[in-house]
Design a protein around this ligand. Structure first.
Ligand code: NAI
Length: 468
């Protein structure tokens, strides 16, 4: 096949597929090349969506195993888990959603081509399909949206069986008795929660001095307290240095910041130490596109690489490695191609950890403001004083807003508590609209709602919270 089009998108994750749909809406003849069998990339196939499906199923398990008792609901006999059925449900959701993208492509007349893409000229992509056939595509523009893959740890290589990445840890066929997770980041805590709820003894090994490095310090402390209480074994200030597979077991060598190295023997090891940009096979060197020191593709403010017709968005260009960030960049990049488009501010991208309670953040932390000497005011409100939180029995956590001491503009928000991932949206909108804490405090919020905790935190910035 040899085809010519306006835009070739390489990669059909949330960045690429959304960019393709938007490009088609704008009248660009668009072809998407995806090497995998399904559209949707990591997020839909082996990331956000399957993990949220398992987090929800296992949350219901915890409720059935005791959480419902406080509501006066008794479940009777022993609560059993059918792991195959749980995994099948997860897979059905993935299949429905990836199929949904196929539908959207047809509806928007986006052409899909399966195969491995290589850029062979500044306007040409060669695609090698599964049957070994090469296809030549020519595009006025090419958008690279190839995402990222799990980073391996030196001394602890993946074997897909005992030492695995999140992909395999979303599909274990049996509950591991002992599971070690290297990295107390987002994946470590989400999948650690899933397997702990299913019965694994989970040890999370984290190199820094607390969980979720980079997030607000107070939130990190509270989160660690909660996860410990829930039964995660946290080994902080400790790195995993080496491992040895011994039959059915894996012996990890742990090196604490203080003290002697020790051995931890487990059934499986999940390595969740971050992700690296997926740029192999693209042929970038041949076109003079050099990666930066961290392996990302450098782009300008219009997402153009050093070759003007070749653009890149999402995980491959760095910044927060999040589906929603890639989506925004995909839309922004193609809109700019036709002279439209806004901006994507990396410091206004919300981050959410879908544990129980949820954790969500946007913007500046107190630590980063202090480091730069920016004066700010803090407004904090606990869910224990929120009536809806009481009614739904979710009183753990708080909302913290940070506002500029001079202008009152919202600089950041940190939420640990029920529906934090939804509550943060209001703050992101406020930040994108340059609103002040006073604006938020004077906005009517429905009662009784969890969102009232956000309003109360805004009031608290000025020392006027009403319910504490
Ligand atoms: P991460 O960057 O969130 O966390 C990695 C952790 O591993 C860090 O805490 C780091 O200090 C630690 N670490 C690194 N080397 C270590 C060593 N040798 N020993 C012990 N600890 C070590 O990366 P993660 O969790 O793998 O996630 C990858 C990406 O996927 C992230 O960018 C994340 O934002 C994204 N993601 C987002 C989700 C969401 O939005 N809910 C869900 C899952 C992943």
């Amino acid at each position: 096949m040899s085809e010519t089009c306006d835009l070739i998108v390489i990669g059909a994750g949330p960045g690429g597929y959304v960019a393709a749909i938007r490009a088609a809406q704008l009248g660009l003849k668009t072809i998407v090349v995806e090497k995998g069998p399904n559209l949707g990339g990591t997020c839909l196939n082996v990331g956000c969506i399957p993990s949220k499906a398992l987090l929800h199923s296992t949350h219901l398990l915890e409720m059935a195993r005791g959480g419902l008792a406080g509501h006066g609901i008794r479940c009777g006999g022993a609560v059993e888990v059918d792991l195959d059925a749980m995994m099948a449900r997860k897979q059905r959701i993935v299949t429905q959603l990836t199929g949904g993208i196929d539908f959207l492509f047809k509806k928007n007349k986006v052409t899909r081509l399966r195969g491995l893409a290589t850029l062979t000229a500044t306007d040409t992509v060669t695609v090698l399909d599964d049957a070994g056939v090469r296809h030549q595509l020519q595009g006025k523009n090419i958008l690279i949206a190839t995402g990222s893959v799990p980073a391996a740890l030196p001394g602890v290589p993946f074997d897909g069986q005992r030492v695995v990445s999140s992909t395999e840890a979303l599909a274990f066929s049996q509950v591991p008795g002992r599971l070690a997770i290297i990295g107390a980041g987002v994946i470590g805590l989400e999948l650690g929660s899933v397997w702990r709820r299913l019965g694994s003894a989970v040890t999370v090994i984290e190199f820094t001095d607390n969980v979720l490095p980079g997030m607000d310090g107070e939130l990190r402390k509270q989160a660690a307290r909660i996860f410990k209480k829930q039964g995660l074994q946290l080994r902080l200030s400790t790195s995993a240095e080496a491992m040895e597979v011994r039959g059915d077991e894996v012996a990890l060598t742990l090196k604490p910041a203080v003290g002697e190295p020790e051995s931890l023997v487990v059934d499986k090891v999940l390595v969740a130490v971050g992700r690296v940009a997926c740029t192999q096979s693209l042929g970038l060197e041949g076109l003079g596109i050099a990666l930066d020191g961290r392996g990302f593709i450098p782009v300008d403010g219009n997402y153009r690489t050093v070759v003007p017709g070749i653009l890149a968005i999402g995980d491959v260009i760095g910044g927060p490695m999040l589906a929603h960030k890639a989506e925004e960049e995909g839309v922004c990049a193609v809109e700019r191609l036709v002279g439209q488009g806004g901006n994507v501010h990396w410091n206004r991208i919300p981050g959410v950890v879908y544990t129980d309670p949820e954790i969500a953040a946007v913007g500046r932390t107190e630590e980063s403001l202090n480091k730069e000497g920016i004066a700010y005011r803090v407004g904090k409100f606990p869910f224990s004083a929120n009536s809806r939180g009481r009614a739904v029995d979710q009183t753990e956590g708080w909302v913290k807003l940070l506002a500029d001491a001079d202008t009152d503009q919202i600089l950041g928000a940190h939420i640990i508590g029920p529906q934090a991932g939804d509550l943060i949206a209001e703050v992101v909108l406020a930040m994108e609209s340059d609103l002040t804490a006073e604006d938020m405090a004077r906005t009517c919020h429905a009662h009784p709602s969890l969102a009232e905790a956000v309003k109360e935190a805004a009031l608290a910035v000025d020392g006027r919270a009403l319910h504490v």
